[in-house]
Design a protein around this ligand. Structure first.
Ligand code: ADP
Length: 516
């Protein structure tokens, strides 16, 4: 060695004395190790070196111990011979700058970048070899994380079903994915470097380049826009743009990332839907107008017809002829009900259904509403046991009778095999309750929420035998709601239905028994 035989004791005492040097080296984040160049004894390792060793940095006392104590391997995985150790080479006078080694520790192997150099004695300080270790393992892990993130980002960019484009601040294409190629017809190679105006129609260029783009760079607008674009073959498409300005660390805009969706067919479909909706509304209006005028026309001859039949019925003596007239009267009444239903519809829709309310005992009212049904069907029995006490509510008698009649008529119609239809009136907690129970076909569960809608007809209703307008329940629910009550159903398909009407009770006036 150039400086001759080295004095280890001198080096030790020097380091002891230079406590400040140790303190400074402990502050450094790279691992620093000092060895005396005579025998290669390691004299000092800073805090970062101990940490890198996973506890305490092993202090070899001579070159001979290096192989056993440190176990270094070169980049190809070959164990280093003693003379190849960085400290040994540095003592020989080599300057080692950033050579990569694998350092096998008891619990793991670290990749380290080693720099080493010998410093001869100077200014009263003994000669020393300084080794600096940089841990590459952590860097490698960070690089691996970064790599996988970059791969995912690249995949996200490439495979995105939306067109993904990255622009530089001069509005030139930097990145252009496959969907962008499909959408605009230009390949990535053709698009890269081109100014954005190549996908803008002439008429839009100034507005987009001056207003939208500048607003985007200043972050004042343009993050989402819908505008026309033009494809390579000259087609005009409507696109929805989602633009995100990209910044560097100092906050400077370095570009813009855009995701673009071609909404042309979507918008066409929306416009088509809107047109169909308008047409459907118009058709409904025409239908309603027709029904309103047709029902008025039907009503005009119906009233005198009913009157004449009733007069005829009173004057006829022959029972067989009476039965014929009764049947004709029943049919004419049925027709009258249907026409009345049709006439009610526009009033319900406009919320102008008029009610003439007065307190009435629902026990009697229901009894009267049931009277016409007594002889209606040989297969059905209508059971009604009025409660002992009056149940008084402020109602429009005719309208409420209409509701009860409609529910009972349905109970009969939709119990084709006959059976009992049970009607009851009860009162509790300020509410009157009328129930109509049948054991008929019931109502499919999924259709129950739309049961009271206009023109509803159940999927399971035998349409051929009972033609109807699907208005009875719609009108009933409107009447009940106008009374401040509610109507609902409990039904199980195949087992029957219970229709319930609830109305607010009125305080009973004096002389109830005389009440109509
Ligand atoms: P319509 O009976 O003229 O069709 P409604 O408004 O009175 O009109 O009834 C609408 C639909 O509700 C009927 O077509 C039928 O499917 C169903 N429905 C009404 N009442 C019953 C019932 N008691 N049992 C089974 N289904 C019923």
């Amino acid at each position: 060695m150039a400086s001759g035989r080295l004095n280890t004791g001198e080096a030790h005492s020097f380091l002891r004395r230079e406590g400040w040097l140790r303190a400074v080296l402990d502050l450094v984040s790279v691992a620093v190790v000092l060895a005396e160049p005579g025998h290669g004894e390691v004299l000092f390792a800073n805090r970062a070196a101990h940490e890198m060793a996973g506890g305490r940095f092993p202090f070899a006392r001579s070159f001979a111990e290096y192989v056993e104590v440190y176990r270094l391997y070169d980049a190809s995985g070959r164990p280093l011979a003693q003379h190849e150790y960085p400290a040994v080479r540095a003592i020989r006078g080599e300057v080692i700058e950033g050579v990569e080694f694998a350092w096998r520790l008891p619990d793991r192997t670290r990749r380290v970048l080693v720099s080493a150099r010998r410093f001869d004695a100077m200014y009263g300080r003994p000669p020393v070899v300084i080794l600096i270790f940089q841990d590459l393992t952590a860097n490698e892990q960070a690089r691996a994380v970064l790599r996988s993130f970059e791969q995912r980002m690249a995949l996200f960019f490439r495979r995105n079903p939306l067109a993904a484009i990255v622009w530089n601040p001069a509005l030139e294409v930097v990145e252009w994915n496959e969907s962008a190629s499909r959408m605009f017809g230009w390949s990535a190679d053709e698009a890269r470097g081109r100014h954005g105006s190549f996908i803008l129609p002439e008429s839009e260029r100034e507005y987009i380049v001056c207003d939208v783009w500048q607003g985007l760079l200043r972050r004042t607008s343009g993050e989402r826009s819908t505008n026309e674009n033009v494809t390579r073959d000259g087609r005009r498409i409507l696109c929805e743009w989602y633009n995100t300005p990209l910044f560097d660390e100092s906050g400077q805009v370095i570009g813009v990332a855009s995701l673009v969706e071609d909404v042309t067919s979507q918008r066409h479909a929306e416009a088509e839907r809107a047109r169909l909706y308008r047409e459907a509304q118009e058709a409904v209006r025409v239908r309603d107008d027709f029904l309103a005028s047709a029902s008025h026309q039907l009503r005009t001859p119906l009233t005198p017809l009913l009157l004449r039949l009733e007069v005829l019925r009173r004057t006829l003596g022959d029972p067989a002829a009476c039965r014929q007239v009764d049947r004709a009267l029943a049919s004419a009444h049925r027709l009258e009900c249907l026409v009345n239903d049709l006439l009610d519809v526009p009033h319900i829709a406009a919320g102008t259904l008029a009610l003439a309310r007065a307190p009435a005992d629902l026990r009697l009212l229901v009894g009267e509403a049931l009277a016409p049904f007594r002889d209606v069907s040989a297969r059905h029995t209508i059971v009604y046991e009025p409660p002992p006490a009056p149940v008084v509510a402020a109602v429009d008698r005719a309208r409420l009778e209409q509701v009860v009649a409609s529910l009972v008529e349905n109970a009969i119609k939709y119990s084709p095999t006959g059976g009992e239809v049970r009607v009851s009136v009860t009162a509790s907690a300020g509410t009157a309750r009328i129930e109509v129970v049948d054991h008929g076909i019931g109502i499919p569960v999924d259709q129950q929420p739309i049961l009271f809608e206009r023109h509803f007809r159940g999927r399971n209703a035998p349409h051929e035998s009972y033609a109807g307008f699907g208005l009875g329940l719609y009108i009933s629910s409107a009447i009940v709601e106008r009374h401040g009550g509610r109507i609902f159903v409990e039904s199980e398909p195949g087992r029957g239905s219970t229709f319930v009407v609830e109305l607010p009770l009125a305080p009973p006036p004096c002389g109830l028994d005389d009440m109509p």
